[in-house]
Design a protein around this ligand. Structure first.
Ligand code: PLP
Ligand code: COI
Length: 358
């Protein structure tokens, strides 16, 4: 789908103001000057690709997304390289997961190359928005939603795909501080056969009460257990989890009710490079507590695009509270995070072709 309409912003943010934003962007607060939109209709497929000024989209009050949540999204980052060039981390993987999410939500699949071209068009236009400070990046948020008006419960016959971009210095502001987590036992995020493996808004809506409970308990993030037995650790609100047993690292296997994270998959690969043994397995809440107490579980960390690699220092449930290791960021966590950051920033060789220049 070629860009058929190109309309640059008549009033982009002045460079001085942009630099102010880039000095301390936070996460998801500021957006670049442009966005890309592509329309899908049942009769014409994907068409009307546009690069236009960032701004509000018209919404019919009967828009199906507002009522029945037929929507999917992605999150990926563009990094500035030492030579000033730009590169996205594994955008093909995000494009493929976007297709899988769309399939689950009865939405049309956007071709992988169209997904990437849309990201490239936006990044090309808004290059000045890609931060150059270490650890900062441009977070791309591609998403798609039903645009047909109507209250009948069925798949929409029209969708809009949109890419917006937001400079960020990380999901958790400031330096690395171990997260405290709350294990949700009253609520579940996703069920077998449900939408847990899709990156769809409803999963995040379902997680909000659990996350609010975590905060009320004085914790940073919520951890979800499987819905049937309420026993097996699945993931956090917006990150996957890894359990470190000395030189062996274990992440919960993909059960269909947790998100197949791209950071998770990348770390499983990188673990071998660092000399660790990596595996996917079931881990129970009971194991987590017992193995923390006997010291065999040496570290726990969370990972995701927005937050990178973040240590987990302490765990709280309705009945118990414990810490992991000495409660401080562990060596394996730090090495894994560093290995990933070095590839993304261009400090280490990209031997697997993970970085795509933009
Ligand atoms: N789990 C959930 C629920 C998420 O929202 C995310 C973030 O994207 C992840 C895991 C990590 O996925 P990724 O590494 O692809 O960003
Ligand atoms: C990401 O890491 O890209 C996420 O999806 C987190 C986001 C929900 C804030």
């Amino acid at each position: 789908v070629p860009l058929i309409e190109y309309k640059p912003a008549s009033r982009p943010l002045p460079p001085e103001q942009r630099e102010e934003v880039l000095a301390s962007p936070g996460f998801g607060h500021h957006f670049t000057d442009h966005m890309v939109t592509i329309t899908w209709t049942e009769d014409a497929g994907w068409h009307s690709a546009r690069l236009v000024p960032y701004g509000p989209l018209p919404i019919d009050p009967a828009n199906m997304t507002l009522h029945y949540a037929q929507t999917v999204f992605e999150g990926l980052k563009v990094h500035r390289r030492p030579d000033g060039g730009l590169a996205a981390f594994r955008p093909e993987e995000n494009a493929r997961r976007f297709q899988a999410s769309a399939h689950r939500m009865a939405m049309p699949e956007l071709p992988v190359e169209t997904f990437i071209s849309a990201c490239e068009a936006l990044v090309g236009q808004d290059r000045a928005w890609v931060p150059s400070r270490p650890g900062h990046s441009l977070y791309l948020r591609p998403f798609m939603f039903a645009t047909e008006p109507g209250l009948g419960v069925r798949a929409s016959r029209e969708f809009l795909f949109v890419v917006i971009a937001s400079p960020t210095d990380g999901y958790f502001a400031g330096e690395i501080r171990p997260l405290s987590v709350w294990v949700a036992e009253d609520y579940v995020r996703a069920v077998p056969g449900g939408t847990g493996a899709a990156k769809t808004g409803a999963n995040y809506a379902a997680s909000l009460m659990g996350q609010a409970q975590a905060v009320a308990q004085g914790c940073d993030q919520v951890v979800w257990l499987d819905a049937l037995e309420r026993r097996w650790v699945e993931e956090m609100g917006a990150m996957n989890l890894f359990f470190v047993y000395g030189e062996r690292i274990v992440t919960p296997e993909l059960t269909g009710s947790l998100l197949p994270g791209i950071t998770r998959a990348s770390l499983l690969t990188l673990a071998g490079d660092l000399g660790y043994e990596a595996e996917e397995a079931r881990i129970s809440l009971h194991d987590w507590r017992r193995d923390s107490a006997d010291g065999s579980l040496t570290e726990v960390f969370a990972c995701g695009t927005a937050a990178g690699v973040a240590p987990v220092g302490s765990v709280k449930t309705a009945l118990a509270q414990w810490s992991v290791g000495d409660g401080r960021p562990g060596e394996v966590t730090m090495r894994m995070g560093e290995a990933l950051r070095e590839i993304q920033s261009g400090a280490a060789a990209d031997t697997r072709g993970w970085m795509r220049e933009m």
